[in-house]
Ligand binder design. Structure first.
Ligand code: G6P
Length: 609
């Protein structure tokens, strides 16, 4: 993972690099560093274990001067997070490089370079790459030729930005398997792992393709493809504003993003339905043909996006009669498949850069699945570029590592997709039911967010707990899974989710008066059965917190606390019930004093396997 930013400008670039790092910190935040080269070819490098703010406090008394620079925020893969393993890495005292990705053949290369007399300071795969480039550079290749030549020896995934003290004013940027964009300014150029990092300095971007190598100067860029041919890549204008990635008046990005859900979902729906029907043309060219061919769905995703897939499976089978399987991408990509003809693969990913999801997409092509539809939040991502069809979630940038608005907008997009299938499978009434329910989502989510004060009060009862159990049934079981994932990732309380009917097959043994049990209780056909499951918990002294549809008319009694969730039509009930669980995790984490937006050991965009 990791975040990369770089610049070639006339002005001093250190402030731009620092701001870029702050905006990229969601990609990794265990160490950070910067290297700047001034016009005389003097290279200064600073690295710290810790956050970007720690780097800033070392640098800010006197920011390094220089118009060429690179910087990095790290999520450790090879080597512990310390300042020696932090990027930028340098070699031969003149070449500096930042890297996102993994070099798979680094051990072999390291042995060869050591035999040639090079000594390594760090445990990273990255230092091998910079040494490889520096070796060619020291033997006469200019920086571009040194990098381009060296790349042919590297196996694995990378995005690099490379500079040389011998060539101030030049930066080489390249990518294979990891994201990288070029920001085009007036008389200056930048690179970064994503657009958001550069919004304060430009809104014009060039998206590098896999295999591209860019030769960047202050006033120009030349791009070469994997075969070394000059290529033109279009300059695109981003519609994002710098403010869209700022916290506004909220204490955390996560809270801001929870509150943005009604508007984000409205945005996802915009222009995609009319009169109770889905406008398939809005899915993009080729949509109708691809959907026509699909006889079943195979959904593939990771983390929270996987939970969205689990809910969509209920929708697909219930409303469209469409068989649907769901699998985590890291499993899908490595198992043997018996492919049923006519199976459309649906990949779901907020970032569109998750390595396992991309690999699963490519594997599905090799295996002969019928096609790939991506549900994704980032229009310029690798996933969108590689899929046959994309349904964008339009949630806007999500910065908090724990996914919230990305999840509910994914669900919204999936509802529209299932509605489209319902019609083509001869169920126009189901299509209408789904679309009419989807239209109610923004208002329903508005009401769901309004339960915050009650949830915050409830959160106090979780602060001292070491464990929590989440229960749900049917389409609300994945809601329980998502609620437990949220709680564990940001509050570090161990949480598990079970289908309520499974309780007596094991987890009931854990229940005593120290175990909070959270139940998701919509007013549906399973409510009576769920109530019986809850009695099993109560009889063992468990403390029940029931997030119940207010139309279910459940009442609090001793050991059984009900939190009313605003009612909504069946199809959108799982989306509505998600929100109070997000708020619960958030408020428990705040009370426990954890780093809500950047939980330990995690990162937002997992671009390594
Ligand atoms: C990471 C994030 C999760 C996210 C998952 C999948 O683990 O911390 O919040 O759900 O990746 O990410 P994607 O971008 O593919 O949805």
């Amino acid at each position: 993972m990791c975040g990369i930013v770089g610049a070639c400008a006339q002005r001093d670039v250190a402030p731009v690099l620092l701001e870029g790092l702050r905006r990229l910190e969601y990609r990794g935040y265990d160490s950070a560093g910067m290297a700047v080269i001034d016009a005389d070819g003097h290279l200064s490098r600073t690295r710290v274990a810790g956050r970007v703010d720690d780097l800033a406090s070392v640098l800010e008394p006197q920011l390094p001067a220089g118009g060429t620079g690179i910087a990095h925020t790290r999520w450790a893969t090879h080597g512990v997070p310390n300042d020696v393993n932090a990027h930028p890495h340098t070699a031969a005292g003149e070449v500096a490089l930042v890297h996102n990705g993994i070099i798979e053949n680094h051990e072999r290369l390291r042995e060869r370079l050591e035999a040639a007399g090079y000594r390594f300071q760090s445990e990273t795969d990255t230092e091998v790459a910079v040494t490889l480039f520096a070796d060619r550079h020291s033997r006469g290749a200019d920086l571009f030729a040194a990098v381009q030549g060296g790349l042919s020896e590297l196996e694995g995934a990378y995005a690099f930005a490379v500079v040389s003290a011998r060539e101030p004013g030049r930066m080489i940027a390249c990518r294979r398997g990891s994201p990288l964009v070029i920001g085009v300014g007036i008389g200056e150029h930048f690179v970064a792992s994503d657009v958001a990092a550069l919004l304060p300095v430009t809104r014009q971007f060039i998206f590098l393709e896999d295999g591209d190598v860019a030769d960047i100067h202050r006033d120009g860029v030349a791009i070469y493809d994997a075969d070394g041919h000059t290529v033109e890549r279009p300059v695109r204008v981003s519609e994002l504003s710098a403010e869209s990635v700022e916290r506004g008046g909220y204490r955390h990005f996560m809270l801001k993003e929870i509150h943005e859900q009604p508007a984000a979902v409205a945005e996802t729906l915009e222009g995609r339905h009319a009169d109770g029907r889905v406008l398939e043309a809005a899915f993009g060219p080729g949509a109708e043909q691809l959907l026509d061919q699909a006889e079943r769905l195979q959904i593939v995703a990771c983390g929270t996006s996987y939970h969205a897939g689990l809910i969509a499976r209920f929708w697909a089978e219930t409303y469209a009669g469409l068989p649907c399987d769901v699998e985590v991408a890291s499993e899908f990509r490595y198992r043997a498949h018996a492919v049923t003809p006519g199976t459309l693969v649906v990949v779901i990913s907020q970032s569109g850069e998750t390595a396992d999801v991309l690999a699963a997409l490519r594997e599905s092509r090799r295996l002969g699945y019928a096609g790939v539809l991506a549900i994704c939040n980032v229009p310029e991502s690798s996933l969108v570029r590689e899929a046959d069809l994309t349904l964008l979630t339009r949630a806007g940038p999500e910065i908090g590592v724990a996914s919230t608005k990305a999840f509910t907008t994914q669900l919204t997009a999936l509802l529209l997709l299932v509605a489209a299938f319902a019609r083509r499978r001869g169920r126009p009434q189901s299509e209408q039911e789904l679309v009419r329910a989807a239209v109610q989502l923004p208002g329903a989510l508005e009401r769901a967010v309004a339960v915050e004060a009650q949830v915050a009060e409830l959160a106090e009862q979780f602060v001292d707990r070491a464990h929590a159990l989440f229960l749900g049934r049917g389409a609300h079981y994945p809601v329980a899974l998502e609620g437990s994932l949220k709680l564990k990732e940001i509050s570090y309380i161990h949480a598990e989710a079970y289908p309520a009917g499974e309780l007596k097959h094991g987890p009931l043994a854990l229940v005593d008066d120290g175990m909070p049990v959270v139940a998701v209780a919509p007013r549906d056909d399973l409510l009576d059965k769920l109530q019986s499951n809850l009695q099993e918990v109560r009889a063992r002294g468990g403390r029940l917190f029931v997030f119940a549809d207010d139309a279910a008319a459940l009442r609090s009694t001793g050991g059984y606390q009900v939190l009313p969730v605003p009612a909504g039509p069946d199809p959108i009930s799982p989306v509505i019930h998600t929100v109070p669980l997000q708020l619960l995790a958030y408020h428990v984490a705040v009370l426990r004093g954890t780093d809500v937006d950047k939980p330990r050991n995690l990162a937002k965009s997992v671009t390594v396997e």
